[in-house]
Design a protein around this ligand. Sequence first.
Ligand code: GNR
Ligand code: NI
Length: 163
Amino acid sequence: MAKLRILTFPDPRLRKVASPVTKFDKSLEKLVSDMLQTMYEGGGIGLAASQVNVHKRVIVIDISEDKGDPMIFINPEFKILNDKSLLSCKEGCLSVPGIEEEITRPDNIYLTWQDIHGNIYEETPSGLLTVCIQHEIDHLEGKLMVDYLSPLKRDRIRKKANK
Ligand code: GNR
Ligand code: NI
């Protein structure tokens, strides 16, 4: 396993839209294992490939207490089942270090994804996983948590980062 470099806001490479994974091969396994190490060493609960400058639709998440339950999502997609059911959560991002902001997201989603072998899964997740998977899928679309903040707040964060 190798630790990868994490891009930080406002790096324009974080704005790229990731492409679907089509080959479920050894190089995908290597990417996932490097991403897991990078997430654990960075102290995050999730990581999208976009954050390590690999623009493929790959996400790793571990929201377990003892950090022993890695979840891998290849080509994840979600649909909002009820846009009136919302959840607010103080979010952080390894690509926006030092910032924690309350963000409100839909709480009732239908999620599909593939595993590392290409098998297809579906689930209606709940709680922190719902928040985290949306945060990570945003990364794959080139979207960042700062995009949910006011332009003023976003500008303050940008100025701090550029110092
Ligand atoms: O470590 C992280 N914590 C977190 C907290 C609340 C909502 C989302 C997250 S994801 C973040 C790691 C990260 O930047 N993933 O892209
Ligand atoms: Ni993030």
